[in-house]
Design a protein around this ligand. Structure first.
Ligand code: XMP
Length: 516
């Protein structure tokens, strides 16, 4: 897709936090894209036409055989370059400086002292706290460079060649642990590279509608609507762009939360007048999942049933030329893994990806360039109610991955009831918007309890709530004890079949957010 925004190219060397560089820039209204270092060559750079380049950190050492390098063309484009950590080291090595393995490795918080004035550090204090994570360090600068900051273990904690507008920092300005980091990045892209910050949601909406119209023409589009933020935004955006050429398909898998189907159908069909087919496929999904306990098998079965249902509905409509999907930018970024190979699959995320090939459909993915928080902003821009825009994410496989072991209709009903109480208590406590995602998990474990004078032997419910920015890492939410006590009491009193409630205090990593 051609870009009409000024844009920054982020060259990825495999750091765990490369995406955060992109997020920080987007928050400043600056459009940027992350691309793996080995895909960025002269032809790519010419077509991308970056106004500035950022070289990310990475796990390698410039001393290792075959460690990654930035294409030399990047230093000849006449645009500002900022190297971060490994990005700084490879820039130095490539431009004639030298880098050595440091005896004193620096990980975590460190203090830098700014030792020379530079536009990169405009508005900063003389001493600033930063987040370091490096073994190697620069020990001789390439021609034209001077040190602009030092730390206890790195005399060249930040360097600059003000003439060529090349900068390097040994620390990570993109992480929250570097409080002045956003200012440094803003100084680089706005003051040094002169970007105006022309990336706004209102502009994006108009441009995307024009692009969708150009792509789709007179074609028919179907869109899987789950009621989650992403698919909801896709549906409303497409409807605005192409009206009744769009048909949405909502599949009630029988694994939805309590009241979910009514809310989705109510909003989209009744409020927005979007053509919507609601398929009641509960028996089909539960039938095929019967007796299946393995999490990956569940995911695969659900993924392929979604495709079957969609195919059937698309055929009933007389075919469709396009499938619309809420693919987001983090799904598109092809991050470089430590050894340059594909990253490990932890879970097979469900989508209807097999469908376009089977039905010869093309994809419409209007959110491919956006992060989740930008999708929410776009939703607000499109007038979606806050109750949809601010919704916690809900996975495609639904409650199936919140019932470890075999799934039965009874287990689903039990979980729906308990989960509704949990979310109700969270809303009543005014905590919903402080939490990134909250849900309950019905464990295949029975424990002994006593209610009144009766012995009970019922199931355990685990409550989960996390804070996160993108679901890639997460911390458990620190509920007050009285909240947990109140919620547990309500669930045990109101849901027959559950006699014990526990709270999951695992962060991600090492856990994942969902239990399966
Ligand atoms: P995990 O469990 O991998 O989850 O830490 C990260 C985020 O992704 C959601 N999730 C999914 N979303 N289809 C989806 O649309 C899936 O198959 C799927 N699996 C996990 C999960 O709810 C969390 O927000």
């Amino acid at each position: 897709m051609t870009k009409i925004h000024q844009q920054v190219l982020i060259v990825d060397f495999g750091s765990q936090v490369t995406q955060l560089i992109a997020r920080r820039l987007r928050e400043m209204g600056v459009y940027c894209e992350v691309h793996p270092y080995n895909k960025v060559d002269a032809a790519f750079a010419e077509q991308f036409a970056a106004k500035a380049i950022i070289l990310s950190g990475g796990p390698n050492s410039v001393h290792w055989d075959d460690s990654p390098r930035a294409d030399d063309c990047l230093f000849n484009l006449g645009v500002p370059v900022l190297g971060i950590c490994y990005g700084e080291q490879t820039m130095c090595a490539q431009l004639g400086g030298s880098v050595s393995a440091s005896a004193e490795r620096e990980f975590g918080r460190a203090e830098i002292e700014i030792i020379a004035a530079s536009p990169l550090f405009e508005g900063l204090q003389k001493i600033e706290t930063v987040w370091m994570s490096h073994g190697d360090k620069v020990d001789a600068l390439p021609d034209g460079f001077v040190a602009i900051a030092s730390s206890a273990n790195a005399p060249f904690a930040a360097i600059a060649d003000e003439t060529r507008q090349f900068y390097g920092v040994q620390f990570h300005p993109e992480v929250a642990h570097t409080p002045c980091g956003a200012k440094i990045l803003s100084n680089f892209v706005k003051n040094i590279a002169g970007l105006s910050g022309d990336w706004t949601m209102a502009a994006f909406r108009g441009e995307m509608i024009a692009k969708i119209r150009a792509q789709v023409g007179e074609g028919r589009v179907i869109c899987g609507l789950s009621g989650g933020v992403d698919s909801s935004v896709v549906a409303v955006l497409l409807h605005e762009a192409i009206g009744d050429q769009l048909t949405c398909v909502y599949v009630d898998t029988g694994l939805m939360r309590s009241g979910e189907t009514e809310q989705v159908v109510g909003l989209f069909r009744d409020h927005y007048n979007i053509p919507l087919i609601a398929v009641d496929a509960g028996d089909l999904f539960l039938g095929k999942l019967s007796g299946v306990s393995d999490p990956e098998k569940k995911r695969k079965i659900i993924g392929s049933l979604f495709i079957d249902v969609f195919e059937l509905e698309a055929k009933k409509l007389g075919g469709a030329d396009f499938l619309a999907q809420g693919t987001l930018y983090p799904d598109v970024i092809e991050s470089v893994s430590f050894d340059g190979g594909p990253s490990v699959t932890i879970k097979s995320h469900h989508n209807v990806g097999g469908l376009p090939e089977r039905m010869n459909m093309k994809l419409v993915e209007p959110l491919r360039e956006l992060f989740k928080d930008e999708v929410r902003e776009l939703g607000r821009e499109l007038g979606l109610p806050e109750s949809f825009v601010g919704r916690h994410p809900f996975p495609g496989p639904g409650l199936a991955i919140r019932i470890p072991g075999e799934i039965t209709a009874e287990a689903v009903a039990l979980l729906q009831k308990a989960d509704a109480i949990y979310l109700d208590e969270i809303r009543k406590a005014g905590l919903y918007d402080d939490i990134w995602q909250a849900f309950s998990v019905l464990l295949p474990v029975r424990t002994v309890g006593v209610m009144g004078d009766e012995r009970t032997y019922d199931q355990v419910l685990a409550l989960r709530a996390v804070t996160s920015t993108d679901g890639m890492t997460a911390d458990y939410f620190p509920f007050p004890h009285d909240f947990l006590g109140r919620t547990a009491t309500r669930i045990i009193n109101e849901v027959r079949g559950i006699n014990r409630v526990v709270y999951d205090i695992t962060s991600k990593p090492p856990g994942t957010i969902e239990w399966e």
